[in-house]
Design a binder for this molecule. Structure first.
Ligand SMILES: [Zn+2]
Length: 270
């Protein structure tokens, strides 16, 4: 058995946690990540039959039954993951239709998975149905996107169009746009279900006055998705109160679609 602390998927997740904290997106215990693993890749580092603890999840997620996830712990600070991965992360297998998490490694101080596990797992189920290569759900509190939810219309089309106009890359990086949930109580199955519903049509879901959820095939792609939207929100906040002399027009966005072979969300550029 190889040393799990050398597993590429673990070291990359640790690096992502450090990077998110460095960006200021994860104050205190804010933010959480879950990464889906193939049993074969995990089995090089842990014995999949050696269950350390069985932890009830409080929700069902049948499509994920038997799947493995590396998940940040509840109450843990992302800045500390690099110092002690085994206490701050856990490797889980969902069983009993998603109602039980079997701990295979981690949470060494007796801890458990993030309180946002429902939103993560329900989102994984939806994104996997849309894309079999999907692996990552990442949640954080990026400053500018968060600030933007106080001053911008929360209509998804309007919110997305503003972001698309703030940086040329945006429509290529998230052509399907950004979906938005109004403020809701976090940590509940209800916000999990609402987030997953929004994940059916976009990989980015803003939680108003809270933060954002991103989904993707790997950690870099998912981090980059949020990073791009956050950059656009930063530009918006720098210029929103100034008189605009010019912007990226709808016609410009159509040119980008044609040149780069992307298709913006149906009806959102009309
Ligand atoms: Zn949060």
């Amino acid at each position: 058995m190889k040393d799990i602390l050398t597993a590429p998927w673990l070291t990359e997740l640790v690096r992502t946690c450090t990077n998110m904290y460095a960006h200021g997106w994860d104050e205190r215990n804010g933010g959480n990540i879950s990464l889906r693993l193939d049993e074969a890749e995990a089995a090089q580092y842990v014995d999949p039959s050696a269950v350390l603890r069985r932890i009830p999840t409080g929700f069902r997620a049948e499509p994920l039954d038997g799947m493995l996830f590396l998940v940040t712990g509840t109450g843990k600070y992302l800045k500390n993951v690099q110092v002690d991965p085994a206490a701050n992360l856990g490797l889980l297998r969902l069983t009993d239709g998603g109602e039980t998490a079997e701990l295979l490694w981690g949470y060494t101080d007796g801890g458990r998975f993030t309180s946002e596990l429902p939103a993560h797992m329900m989102s994984h189920a939806v994104r996997l149905a849309a894309d079999p290569a999907h692996r990552v759900i990442l949640h954080c509190h990026p400053n500018n996107l968060l600030a933007m939810t106080y001053v911008h219309d929360l209509d998804e089309r309007a919110f997305t169009r503003t972001l698309w106009q703030m940086e040329t890359e945006c429509v290529m990086v998230f052509p399907e746009g950004v979906n938005v949930l109004p403020w809701m109580l976090c940590g509940t199955n209800e916000i999990g279900e609402a987030t997953a519903e929004k994940m059916k049509t976009a990989r980015l879901v803003v939680w108003a006055q809270h933060g954002i959820y991103g989904a993707g095939r790997d950690l870099d792609e998912t981090f980059g998705l949020i990073e791009t939207a956050e950059k656009a929100a930063e530009v918006y906040l720098k210029i929103a109160h100034l008189p605009w002399k010019q912007t990226i027009t709808v016609d410009d966005l159509h040119q980008l679609e044609r040149r780069f072979g992307v298709k913006a969300r149906e009806g959102w550029l009309d």
